[in-house]
Design a protein around this ligand. Structure first.
Ligand SMILES: [Zn+2]
Length: 109
């Protein structure tokens, strides 16, 4: 029963959002995203100085993902820091021997 409710909760939430759109949801969303213009300020000032300025922080997620890919062990599912470099790829203490053997086997072929 609980699984069924959890499964359908996005649909129910979307239906409630659509049902109450004209009764406060639209205005709440406009205020909290900064789409309501304040008198005496340029258009969309509230958006660009409010929640819109947070959009640039998405680039930080890209930087973190890039750094993680650069230093993380390249064995699937391994979360360790790669301290050994085999053919330009980082490998952790546990997986670097297997990576060296695979690298050597591919060079022998
Ligand atoms: Zn590893």
């Amino acid at each position: 029963m609980v699984k069924r409710i959890l499964k359908w909760s996005p649909v129910i939430g979307l239906a409630l959002l659509i049902a109450f759109w004209r009764f406060g949801v639209q205005h709440w969303l406009a205020v909290h995203t900064g789409s309501v213009n304040t008198p005496g300020t340029p258009p969309n000032y509230n958006f660009f100085s409010g929640s819109g300025s947070d959009l640039q922080e998405i680039t930080l997620l890209g930087i973190f993902a890039g750094v993680w890919h650069r230093v993380n062990c390249h064995e699937d599912g391994c979360w360790r820091i790669g301290r050994h470099t085999v053919d330009g790829t980082p490998w952790c203490n546990r997986h670097h021997q297997a990576a060296r053997q695979d690298n050597q086997a591919s060079q022998d072929r």
